[in-house]
Design a protein around this ligand. Structure first.
Ligand code: NAD
Length: 437
């Protein structure tokens, strides 16, 4: 696609091909209104919580391989620094919008508060389709974006990390660019780097590992065993593939997985290690073309409505909607992705007695180990993977217990309880600090 665009003009600003169906920021604001009401917060405070502290929009010129200049639109949003430096990933996707980035930044604030790590929330995004860019173009895009958001980021201010379509490679480029421009080594400016550059051992797997831990916690709490539990996972990237693999290793039967290229089902359980291996060696790490005895390719939308015990949406936001929530057959939904369930769908799931473990708890493993990486970078003292994983499990289990207890005491769903707990902690910090001047 981008190759055609490049041919049309000397300089083209890339736009999303079609607007996303769900406005994530409206979803975010509706949640704050609801929870603010339940907590009895005054309107002015709710208004403050709904807005990001800072929004930076950048137009990023990139020299493409054919010599032309193409201008990409990018954002960095800081939602709150009340509890500490802002923290949040960078997403490369054709449908990134400023509203999406604002919502994701806000959810990062609540997430850091729910797992009680000393960060506020931020998020970044670039409107682009990385599958249509060469490695050189991606590197120049990442480096120029870094240069343009550099006034906002830094180890004590705002620390980016990977998100959809970004990983260690992009974080390495970001760290190197920031270090070159500031003239000093800046390992702690970003997390999710390669281990050789100061990345935390276990960071790459941390979000999926956290999702798997939380899935086991909820199963246990509902009196079920992981062995034999059937699972479907939407999205087979960083989060989905690791969660699927760890649950498979723990004895669950992962019967369905999907990514943007297709969905696969096997009643006896998919061979997840083989699928991980397949994706690792296929173009753009996609599942397209996978086949094995007993495995059926199914329409992508059917993945969400498979007859399973646990559904793990781990792709993008707005996947479980008013349209399909009534057909979801899983009794437990563990949100690996950010914002995969719309508020309307949430109501339907609750009415149908489906237990939803919300994103800000279920997928917090990534930011927890990002916190560990940042701590190690600042101290120049590195832990082994065992230590990271043990500490991660401790933080996730403690947070799960706190949200579970909160939900019981307040007769709230796990989502409302997690939001109440997170927002309460942020409000406490705002009140203790006071409003400057
Ligand atoms: P990723 O780019 O590694 O993977 C995304 C996956 O979703 C890919 O397999 C992609 O093909 C698939 N996908 C996209 N559209 C799809 C569709 N319509 N149907 C089925 N699959 C589809 O991204 P990731 O890092 O795994 O992030 C996934 C989600 O988890 C995002 O919502 C992200 O914000 C959230 N998250 C990520 C992290 C992290 O540490 N990476 C942390 C917390 C939350």
């Amino acid at each position: 696609m981008s190759r055609q665009i490049q041919g049309q003009a000397q300089s083209v600003t890339e736009r999303a091909p079609s607007p996303p169906q769900v406005n994530a920021y409206e979803m975010f604001q509706a949640q704050v209104d609801l929870v603010g009401g339940r907590l009895g917060l005054p309107d002015d405070l709710v208004d403050l919580l709904k807005r990001p502290e800072r929004v930076l929009e950048v137009s990023i010129p990139v020299r493409m391989d054919d010599g032309r200049i193409r201008v990409f639109q990018g954002y960095r949003v800081q939602h709150s620094s009340a509890r500490g430096p802002c923290k949040g990933g960078i997403r490369y996707h054709p449908q990134v919008t400023v509203d999406e980035v604002k919502a994701l930044a806000g959810w990062m604030t609540w997430k850091c508060a729910v797992v009680d790590i000393p960060f506020g929330g931020a998020k970044g995004g670039i409107i682009c389709d990385p599958m249509c860019l060469s490695v050189g173009e991606l590197e120049r895009l990442t480096r120029r974006y870094t240069a343009m958001i550099l006034p906002l980021i830094g180890p004590r201010h705002d620390i980016p990390a990977p998100d959809v379509n970004t990983g260690a490679r992009e974080m390495n480029w970001l760290m190197d660019t920031a270090s070159a421009l500031r003239g000093e080594p800046m390992q702690a400016v970003v997390t999710g780097k390669d281990i050789a550059l100061g990345g935390a051992r276990g960071r790459r797997e941390a979000t999926g590992r956290g999702v798997a831990i939380i899935t086991q916690e909820i199963l246990e709490r509902l009196g079920r065993k992981v062995q034999g539990t059937t699972v479907a996972v939407q999205g087979f990237g960083n989060v989905g593939s690791v969660a699927a693999l760890l649950l498979h290793q723990a004895g669950a039967r992962v019967v369905g997985v999907s990514d943007v290229s297709g969905a696969f089902y096997c009643e006896q359980g998919l061979d997840i290690p083989e699928l991980v291996e397949y994706a690792q060696h296929s173009p753009h790490r996609l599942l397209a073309g996978y086949s094995a005895p007993g495995v059926q390719e199914i329409p992508k939308e059917e993945l969400l409505t498979l007859d399973v015990d646990v559904l793990i949406p781990a792709a993008l936001e707005g996947q479980i909607t008013e349209q399909n929530a009534g057909r979801i057959r899983a009794r437990i939904v563990v949100e690996g992705a950010n914002g995969p369930t719309t508020p309307e769908a949430d109501v339907i799931l609750e009415e149908r007695g489906v237990t939803v473990v919300p994103d800000i708890l279920a997928n917090a493993g990534g930011v927890v180990v990002s916190y560990f990486e940042w701590v190690q970078n600042l101290q120049c003292f590195y832990w082994d993977e065992e230590e990271t994983n043990a500490r991660l499990a401790r933080v996730m289990r403690r947070a799960f217990q706190e949200v579970w207890d909160y939900a019981r005491h307040r007769e709230a769903s796990l989502r409302i309880a997690a939001l109440m707990l997170g927002i309460e902690r942020v409000v406490q910090a705002i009140r203790l600090r006071g409003i400057f001047p």
